[in-house]
Design a protein around this ligand. Sequence first.
Ligand SMILES: [Zn+2]
Length: 125
Amino acid sequence: MTCPCCSGKSYEDCCQPYHKKEKFPPTAEALMRSRFSAFAIPNGEYLWETTSPNKRQFHHKKDLQEWGEINKWTKLEIVNKPTDYKVEFKAFYTDEDGNPQIHHELSKFKMIQNRWFYVSGEFLD
Ligand SMILES: [Zn+2]
């Protein structure tokens, strides 16, 4: 299957190795893409584990899993060129009532012991 992150690659050659923990995403953008795919699959555990350890208390695996399940994730668009630590994106999805939605966010990431983690996001219009 084609990877949900819209890279144009197959899932096996794109985000799946990250989800299976065979390797770690090399950049903040790669992590962001793999997190979008993890909502689409969904894989709440991966979303939780790639959240910065000091922010995990604000998130729950079950909620992340449910948020992935109730929405249909249709497209990811990276907006502007990502910097090392920030990625702006639009996540397109259809909510449980069948309404198309766009989640526009500027996400912040950080690296701890050579692994990227999601820190927080600023929601944009
Ligand atoms: Zn991917």
